[in-house]
Structure formats: C-alpha cells, structure tokens
Design a protein. Structure first.
Length: 281
C-alpha cells in the first residue's frame, strides 16, 4: 500500500468514527427515556408477602415494591410515579431483556448465570434460611435445638433439598416435610414440630403478623443475595439505580428504607454511622 493510499484509508476511517459517535450518543440511556416518559415501569409480582402482594384495597405493596418506589422518588421526587407490570418469576429476565420493564425488583437471587443475562444492582437484602420457635416453648434458641439432637422435629416446605438443608443446621433433627408454608406453621403451633424452617424474611413477616407468639431461634444459613436488575449495556441507568438504592440504605433516604424494613420485617435498623463511609471499612 502506498503512503497516499494509506493516508486516504485512515482519513476515511476517522470520518466514519466521527459520524458514528454522535449517532451512539443520540441513542441515550434508559435514564433519559424514563425521565422523558415521566414514570418508571417496574416489573414485580403480586402474590408473595412480604415482598410483593395486594392489600385489602387491592393496592400493590411489599418490600420489593418499596425498592421500586425508592427509585421513582429519586427520579421524580414522587415514589408513586410507577407503572407496575405484574409478572411471574420466569418472566423476570425476559421482560428486562425485551424492554417490557425498566427495572425488576422481585426477590431475585443473584447468580453468575443470571448475571450473564441481566445487570444486577447493588444488593438490597440478604436472604437466608432461619428457624422459628414458639415463644415460651420447650427450646429457647438454636443452641438448645442443636443440643437436643434427635429429639427435635423441624417442619419444612417439601422439596428434594429440604432434608439436607435442615441437617446443615441441625444434623440430628427429624425433618417433617409439608406441601405448603401454612402447614409448616400449623405444625409448629400444634406441637407436631419444635421449630419451623423457611426463608428468614418469611419468618420475620409471620412473626410481625403474630406478635408475641413466636420468636427467631437466632441462627441463619444458606445465604443468598437479592438485587434488582436492569438490561445489560447501559451503565448510566445502572449507576443511577445503584445510587438511589445506596442512598436509601446509607444516606439521605435512609428513613424511607428503614420504615419499609420495619413494616415488612418488624426490625428497627440502626442509622448509618456518621463519618468514615461504612462501605470502605
């Protein structure tokens, strides 16, 4: 290739690049799209308390819903500027990738496989399995259950992993499996079980609905992370949602997050420590 031909080729490449940059910039971010639209489109469910469920007056509520309201408030100064898309669990990822929703907050466990399909936000909850006891019952806490060995019976929702899951915490316990969550609570209430094992968030919600009757045994295991999710490839939108969630958990919107946490899980959160940012400790 001669010098003049090479120069012409480089000039053409440079011109093509300059033309393409404005075209890419004009596409904008989901952030710009949502702001222009005037409301957030949130994907979530409607049948799983305390995460997403309908109130007596048919209003969608729950901790997942409140995470979406945090983002809407950061966008518009109004947490209610949301259009809800009621979706099943298996629609969470497809609805993001096809732009049916801007954001999904639906007790979605972060995994490497899912992270190849969507971009996860920072976590807003750490789930795990816990044990619930009757208040004033035979066993005071987890240590007492473990010490009792094979004398203890634990009720749990039926699945292929249930027995191994319980035995990871109580190796000698008898495991009774039931085909609904309501039945595992009934087994505890009737005395057929000494403890009920299920998600800690579910236990916290049930104890909040039945104050003074039950208590947490004080041990959790099988941790998993819940985060919202957005479409891959839009760093501006991901950064914005992360900022909104971060400041709800650690900054100016902490009261909003803490009030939601208290409402759905019955626990008071300690205010973020002032001074050196806790994220870097």
């Amino acid at each position: 290739m001669t010098i003049s031909l090479r120069a012409a080729t480089l000039s053409l490449a440079a011109a093509t690049f300059l033309i393409s940059v404005p075209a890419l910039a004009q596409q904008g971010s989901k952030l710009d799209e949502v702001l222009a639209r005037g409301h957030l489109v949130l994907g979530t469910g409607s049948t799983n308390a305390p995460w997403h469920f309908k109130s007596a007056d048919d209003k969608l509520q729950g901790f997942d819903v409140d995470m979406g309201r945090i983002v809407a408030k950061a966008l518009f100064g109004d947490p209610d500027k949301i259009e809800y898309v009621n979706q099943s669990s298996d629609a969470r990822i497809p609805n993001i990738t096809t732009d049916k929703v801007d954001l999904t907050c639906q007790f979605m466990t972060v995994t490497g496989e899912r992270a190849q399909q969507v971009a996860f936000t920072i976590p807003y909850y750490r789930e795990g399995v816990g044990l619930m006891l009757k208040d004033g019952g035979q066993y005071a806490d987890y240590e007492a259950l473990k010490a009792a060995g094979s004398s203890v019976t634990v009720s749990v929702l039926q699945n292929v992993y249930a027995e191994d899951m319980v035995h990871a915490a109580l190796p000698e316990a008898t495991v009774d499996q039931y085909d609904s969550v309501d039945l595992i609570y009934q087994a505890l209430e009737s005395g057929r079980a000494d403890a009920a094992a299920t998600d800690q968030s579910s236990l916290a919600w049930y104890m909040t609905q039945n104050p003074g009757r039950y208590k947490d045994a004080g041990y959790g295991w099988n941790p998993q992370t819940y985060a919202c999710a957005v479409k891959r490839g839009d760093q501006d939108w991901l950064n914005f949602v992360n900022t909104a969630l971060h400041e709800a958990m650690t900054g100016v919107e902490f009261d909003f997050y803490a009030t939601s946490f208290k409402t759905w899980f019955g626990k008071e959160l300690a205010p973020p420590q002032i001074g050196f940012p806790v994220e870097y400790k």
